[in-house]
Design a protein around this ligand. Structure first.
Ligand SMILES: C[S@@+](CC[C@H](N)C(=O)[O-])C[C@H]1O[C@@H](n2cnc3c(N)ncnc32)[C@H](O)[C@@H]1O
Length: 295
């Protein structure tokens, strides 16, 4: 695998990254990113319209890895006798659809700021809402048995507020399940910082927060029942992305043609695709599952 330094040099050969470094992430950038990448995700990630990492247990990527988070959530929904579940940041609606189809006696609400669910995912027991999960006043307090969020809280610039909102909406004993990426190293070198910035810009994330800081916010309200490092398990998914980006950057001349043809919000995905393996392998970033209980 190439080093961070080698990869950044290759990226700089085809893209002027300076304009990006100071770009401020906001809701408009986020929405634009997800709207423009709808087709790209289907083409380059998976046909099931999941927007998350696969969790592999044998070191290679298989389609079934995309269902691991859902199967774990399903177990918890079953164990705590859920009647009402909420998904934050539903993407294209594939997660809520998967669970709602199998559990017709449970009401599934879901909220996303930038995307609408695919029509086929709308069921009698689903309620997909367009909105911001920092503001959940329209939902009933103490009413959800389980709230889950897969790879969406990384976008939040006010995670404390999200944990507060979720705490209010969960019933006593309710569970908040999160799968997400965090910064895992302090005192980064300039090059490590730049690679993080490029990965963030590539994914419309304002800035990855350090795991310890986010766990600090979690503890303000919740009991952390589980905190599981799944970084190694997402590597096979990351290698797939890295391979695609490697083709892209290997022939700068062709890459420049693509840059002229495709929307910039699609091109910037290549930064994350190319650099994320290094960040995870070098333990600069990490992917975690958390189970939080409202006691
Ligand atoms: C990486 S995608 C994950 C989608 C889905 N959880 C999945 O596993 O396929 C992140 C999603 O979070 C949504 N999102 C980001 N910030 C949000 C916010 N403040 N409120 C609601 N949704 C948000 C984005 O619009 C996007 O659809």
């Amino acid at each position: 695998m190439k080093t961070i330094s080698e990869k950044i040099k290759e990226i700089k050969k085809v893209i002027d990254i300076n304009y990006l470094i100071n770009e401020h992430q906001n809701i408009k950038v986020l929405k634009d990113y997800y709207v423009r990448n709808k087709i790209a995700y289907l083409l380059f990630h998976n046909r099931q319209s999941f927007l998350h990492m696969g969790i592999s247990h044998d070191g290679r990527y298989l389609n079934r890895d995309l269902y691991v988070q859902l199967k774990e959530i399903e177990k918890i929904i079953h164990l705590n006798g859920s009647k009402k579940v909420l998904e934050l940041g539903f993407g294209h609606g594939a997660n809520t659809n998967y669970l709602a189809k199998k559990h017709t006696d449970i009401q599934f609400d879901a909220i996303d700021i930038s995307t609408r669910p695919f029509e086929k995912y709308i069921r009698s027991n689903t309620n997909f809402m367009l909105g911001d999960y920092h503001y959940l006043d329209h939902l009933t307090d103490d009413s959800y048995d389980v709230i889950f969020a897969i790879e969406t809280i990384c976008h939040s610039t006010n995670k404390e507020r999200v944990f507060d909102q979720v705490y209010k909406k969960l019933r006593q004993g309710g569970i908040f399940i999160l799968y997400d990426g965090y910064l895992n190293k302090k005192d980064l070198s300039d090059e490590e910082k730049l690679s993080c910035t490029l990965v963030e810009k590539g994914m419309a994330v304002d800035s990855f927060e350090h795991l310890n800081d986010v766990e600090g916010y979690m503890k303000e309200n919740f009991h952390i029942q589980e905190s599981v490092d799944l970084s190694v398990n997402i590597l096979p998914t990351l290698y797939r992305f890295e391979r695609l980006a490697k083709y892209f950057y290997s022939i700068p001349f062709i890459a420049k043609i693509f840059i002229k043809l495709l929307p910039e919000k699609i091109i910037r995905n290549t930064f994350s695709a190319y650099l994320m393996t290094n960040l995870v392998k070098e333990k600069i970033a990490a992917y975690y599952k958390h189970l939080l209980v409202k006691e």
